[in-house]
Design a protein around this ligand. Structure first.
Ligand code: ATP
Length: 238
């Protein structure tokens, strides 16, 4: 579904990605782990056309998507949930969700919106209770539920998630990860960037360890979790 080959990205003198190869198959959860500054966010941004690669190819469902704008890539069925939970703070939960649908299909009929809302609130009853609340007043976990729902409302085939656990309490992290697994069971393919390597690999089918702009290791998630070098170097366990 997503195929990245030989991807290079430079920011001036900084060579952030040095020939990355990565694949996401249909319905797969693929985890990308690695330390701060390894190049994980740059990788997601390259897929969505937010940074311009200096070499390599990115294809989605066989179509070359390098050079496409983020909105065109999103119209092909790729959604990014960026790091830092970017909600529209002064808009209500309902208005935030409406933005998600509008971005995808332009104008939104009331009936269409209501149908999508039902699905969102079934998944996250807490968002229903807070539907008229301004987004900036939500807790971190609720904001993550909102950005995830906003991305899902546009019915992506491939969801790119950048550090969904960042700054959240463990119990909320579990809830978010359970939702990610559920989305995958519903057929959405997922590329999950996470610092919480153990958690990410526990729901992923396969994983890639990015180190200083290159793929240091990759393979089935279970094999990575059982790999001594991976545990020592990247999970910080000795
Ligand atoms: P983190 O986990 O800390 O978010 P990351 O793995 O997502 O890190 P990136 O944000 O992709 O890493 O950054 C990779 C490298 O590129 C880093 O050295 C970073 O300083 C550099 N970099 C990222 N964005 C820019 C930019 N806009 N201009 C210059 N350098 C950048």
């Amino acid at each position: 579904m997503l195929s990245i080959k030989g991807l290079h990205v430079r920011y001036g003198a900084i060579h952030a990605l040095k020939g990355i190869d990565l694949e996401v198959g249909e319905g797969e959860i693929v985890a990308v782990i690695g330390s701060n500054g390894a190049g994980k966010t740059t990788l997601l941004q390259s897929v969505l056309g937010l940074v311009k690669p200096g070499g390599g190819t990115v294809t989605f469902e066989g179509k070359d998507i390098i050079g496409l704008s983020a909105s065109r890539t999103s119209n092909l069925g790729v959604s990014l949930v960026p790091e830092g939970r970017e909600v529209f703070g002064t808009l209500s939960v309902l208005e935030n969700l409406r933005m998600g649908l509008k971005q995808k299909i332009g104008s939104v009929s009331r009936a269409q919106f209501d149908k999508e809302l039902e699905l969102v609130f079934e998944r996250f009853p807490r968002l229903h209770e807070r539907r008229h609340q301004l987004a900036f007043t939500l807790s971190g976990g609720e904001q993550q539920m909102l950005v995830l729902s906003r991305a899902m409302i546009s019915k992506p085939k491939l969801l790119l998630l950048d550090e969904p656990s960042l700054g959240l309490a463990p119990i909320i992290v579990n809830e978010i990860f359970a939702t990610i697994s559920e989305l995958s069971r519903e057929g959405v393919s997922i590329l999950l960037v996470e610092q919480m390597a153990h958690k990410a690999l526990s729901i992923a089918g396969r994983g890639y360890v990015i180190d200083n702009g290159t793929v240091a290791m990759h393979g089935p998630a279970a094999a990575l979790l059982g790999d001594e070098r991976m545990i020592k170097v990247y999970l910080g366990v000795h």
